[in-house]
Design a protein around this ligand. Structure first.
Ligand SMILES: Nc1ncnc2c1ncn2[C@@H]1O[C@H](COP(=O)(O)OP(=O)(O)OP(=O)(O)O)[C@@H](O)[C@H]1O
Ligand SMILES: [Mg+2]
Length: 248
């Protein structure tokens, strides 16, 4: 991993984002769409940032860029590992894959339900990857499923047959079973019932207390009001025609 030691770094810092920008080239429309520009923020251990902005303001795009599903157009995403600092904006794909497996989580409302894999096995998988013995991982997975209100009779069933809400609960049970160092959340509660939302908020509070740094968008921000340390407001996008460039 291309890690730099950096004396300016404070030990509790998890992320320092500098001048981050992302744009989409829409070739068929001959336009550039600026998703966001010049974003700066810091995130420390145990901090929770709420991301706000109207539809299309670039919230999901910012989270996907931090997770490096998208490459930014410019700027830096300095991420602090135990060994030192790595710029996620420029890191190799192989390093990103390692970090995603070990310490950076991304939670959406959608479950990647693979055929013929039981709910409890899907939820136990992150623990198995981290070296937890199978029986212990399954026991924890069942506790996690119960916590999100997935009925006992469904634990050994295949989530591809579940309702949308049940799939979301399995997704959350899996995504939050192992405390990550950094957790990115994109509307994880969008169509959950009230009890499941409460279970999620309780789990996020536990993770925050354990030092997990979080940044997320919430469909019901009032749910997480007690967790919020700071807010980032994204403004609506600008669209530029290629003709504008020519005129400059
Ligand atoms: N892969 C892509 N290619 C081109 N444009 C994209 C792409 N992904 C997002 N966009 C555009 O970028 C803008 C920001 O989208 P984004 O999904 O980040 O918004 P959002 O703030 O998450 O909105 P919402 O509240 O509706 O979820 C939108 O105009 C969207 O159409
Ligand atoms: Mg979005």
């Amino acid at each position: 991993m291309n890690i730099q030691l950096n004396a300016r770094w404070d030990a509790t810092q998890v992320l320092r984002v500098e001048n981050l920008s992302k744009q989409f080239e829409m070739h068929h429309l001959k336009r550039t769409l600026f998703a966001f520009e010049n974003i700066d923020f810091e995130l420390h251990e145990g901090e929770f940032i709420l991301l706000k902005g109207e539809n299309g303001a670039g919230k999901s795009t910012l989270l996907r860029t931090l997770y490096r599903s998208y490459l930014p157009r410019g700027g830096h995403i300095y991420y602090h590992t135990k060994e030192g600092v790595i710029d996620l904006a420029a890191a190799a794909d192989v390093d990103i894959a390692i970090l995603r497996r070990r310490e950076i989580g991304f939670v959406t409302q959608f479950l990647n339900a693979r055929p013929r894999v039981a709910a409890e096995e899907i939820v136990a998988e992150p623990l198995r990857f981290a070296g937890t013995p199978h029986a212990e991982a399954l026991a924890q997975a069942r506790r996690s499923l119960a916590g999100f209100g997935v009925k006992r009779g469904l634990w050994a069933a295949y989530p591809s047959m579940f309702s949308g809400g049940e799939q979301q609960k399995v997704n959350l049970a899996r995504a939050l079973i192992l405390p990550q160092r950094l957790l990115l959340l994109d509307e994880p509660t969008a169509s959950l019932d009230r009890d499941a939302r409460r279970a999620l908020v309780d789990r996020l509070a536990e993770l925050k207390a354990a030092g997990v740094a979080m940044i997320g968008v919430f469909h019901h921000p009032e749910d997480v009001v007690d967790l919020i340390d700071r807010e980032i407001h994204l403004k609506a996008i600008k669209i530029e025609d290629e003709a504008d460039h020519v005129a400059e």
